[in-house]
Design a protein around this ligand. Sequence first.
Ligand code: HSE
Length: 400
Amino acid sequence: MKIAIMGFGVVGSGVGEVVTKNQDILVKKCGEPVEIAHILDLRDFPDSDFKCFTKDFNDILSDPEVGVVVETMGGVNPAYDFTKKLLLAGKQVVTSNKELVATHGTELIKIARENNINYLFEASVGGGIPIIRPMYSCLTAGEATDVFGILNGTTNYILTQMFQCGETFENALKAAQQKGYAEADPTADVEGFDTCRKIAILAALAFGKALDCKGISTEGITKITAEDVAYAEKLGYSIKLIGHSTKAEDGIYAAVFPAFIPKNNPLAGINDVFNGIIVKGEDLGDVMFYGRGAGKLPTANAVVADVVDAIKHKNVNIIIKWEEYNASNQSQGESLKYAYYVRFKGVAPSNIPNCKIVAFSDKNDDEFAVLTEEMSQAQLEEFKNSLKNNQALAQMRIVG
Ligand code: HSE
């Protein structure tokens, strides 16, 4: 089988490395050798062992021997245009591009189905963790009720470095970039947009409906302070960036937010670049997936596993239930209840209603924090308003 790689960055070059290094294994798994025939990239790589670079997409599109194309370019354009043309030409596409899958997955999966081929995207969520395939091929006997977890390696690495190793945000981010974890524009990591795309993909697989990322409430890690971390530690919690999707009364809901996680919940112990995803099912209970969520070789392994699957399914479409969803049906979570951590300025009133725990700062007598009972967003606003002499400085949901 001749394959092509579009985008020779961190993941694309990792795919080249894995295909070369594991050739014997791939021959056994696929029943035929896997040869990289073209690598598309606008940059020059004079020192690379590969000699099949091109800057012209048509070299791939018009090569009748190329059956599978790896898209590791990232971003929506021109990856969308290229992918569509390849699928329409009967070439299977495998990708790590979560932005493209989250934005145009519905259409690309449909084109693949109509052409009896596959658009596979195992590496788009959770780096090297097998999560996409289990979602569409193993966890299919019943309905999922919830999917949530740590979906971004960069932010989990930054939070671990900052709060367990005393590193600054800037240094931790720089290290994450050097290790090849961060997006080209790391704003997508730290502001939660990357997690937003990933939870949209998981929601589509769990509930069969493609959510619009614009309707997913998204908050990153940039507002978390050392005070919040000190309260979390004191109260027995970790702080993690969480993507959550569930079926609410008024539609499918998804959100991205930093959350307090009780230390006895397995997500609390997931550190560094590792991701952890919990899928809840009515009969199934909880299933958890854990592994390296970013990085060259773990992610490349997931991409190459899709190449193998594509080769094993030439002219057989693997059915992925993933349909359009009217954005106006998307829930904004008004009916959902969470417990909250809220940090207030001022002196704590003697009697605070709807609260389980009140904690005080070791460093600052002019603030306190509470852990509330479960409440809706509207009830939380009422609760904060009821403490009218105390300004709310920070709030986070408690998950787990
Ligand atoms: N920037 C992403 C992360 C890469 O840190 O998780 C893997 O999707």
